[in-house]
Design a protein around this ligand. Structure first.
Ligand code: ADP
Ligand code: 5GP
Length: 193
């Protein structure tokens, strides 16, 4: 339901937060419920995890990624724990609202270019629970440690620039809270451009 008749300009909702907090799970639930949301598919040079969907990313190599940087083909990109990750420049005239599931440095870049983009920062209920989720997802122990360590740097930055902070304790409750935040911005806030 558009905010106003004829309003086809997209909003951008950024879902960010530390690794293993549940961002991917949350955004998949959001796009399943709301056909007006369009989930951006990032590029990465990270290797595909065993069992990970081919659709999770455009899996690519460093040369192709760097070529795309050169042509200005990313809205934002970063180097996260040794691999490139980037958001291809989205179509903001499609009439659908864009969801970006990205880490904090990328979120900061998008907010500085498009201040109206809405940043929802997701926190784990506790560090122990974050660790359990990373392990439960099958991350090897060294990656679990790296992501927990990285979270200590990411969280203060994310909290400082976030428009909303959500603790992902119960998944249904979290998704419900996000649906309300999105509804609020569609009915009250300006669009991304
Ligand atoms: P991220 O994208 O933030 O790295 P994922 O979406 O991959 O995190 O979630 C990490 C793991 O935690 C997954 O196994 C997922 O099923 C689980 N998970 C996500 N949200 C919850 C929740 N609210 N309660 C329990 N487990 C969750
Ligand atoms: P993972 O390797 O666990 O899939 O992702 C590592 C981190 O990179 C996660 O925090 C994820 O949200 C983030 N990420 C995924 N795609 C992008 C992107 O396009 N840009 C940025 N900046 N971060 C991304």
């Amino acid at each position: 339901m558009p905010a106003e008749p004829g309003d086809v300009t997209s909003r951008i909702f950024i879902v960010s937060g530390p690794g293993g907090v549940g961002k991917g799970t949350i955004v998949n639930a959001l796009v399943e419920r709301d056909p007006r949301l369009w989930l951006s598919r990032s590029w990465t040079t990270r290797a595909q995890r065993p069992g990970e969907s081919d659709a999770a990313y455009v899996f690519t190599d460093r040369d192709a990624f760097e070529q795309r940087i050169e042509c200005g083909g990313f809205l934002e990109w970063t180097n996260f724990l040794g691999n490139y990750y980037g958001t291809p420049t989205p179509d903001l005239e499609s009439g659908r609202d864009v969801v970006l599931e990205i880490e904090v440095d990328g979120a900061r870049q998008v907010k500085s270019q498009l201040p109206e983009a809405v940043l929802i920062f997701v926190l784990p209920p506790s560090r122990d629970e974050q660790q359990r989720r990373l392990r439960g997802r099958g991350d090897p122990e060294d990656k679990v440690d790296q992501r927990l360590q990285k979270a200590l740097d990411e969280e203060p930055v994310g909290l400082a620039i976030a428009d909303h902070v959500v603790v992902n304790d119960d998944l249904e409750r979290t998704v419900g809270e996000m649906v309300q935040i999105i509804h609020h911005h569609r009915t009250a806030g300006p669009s991304a451009r």
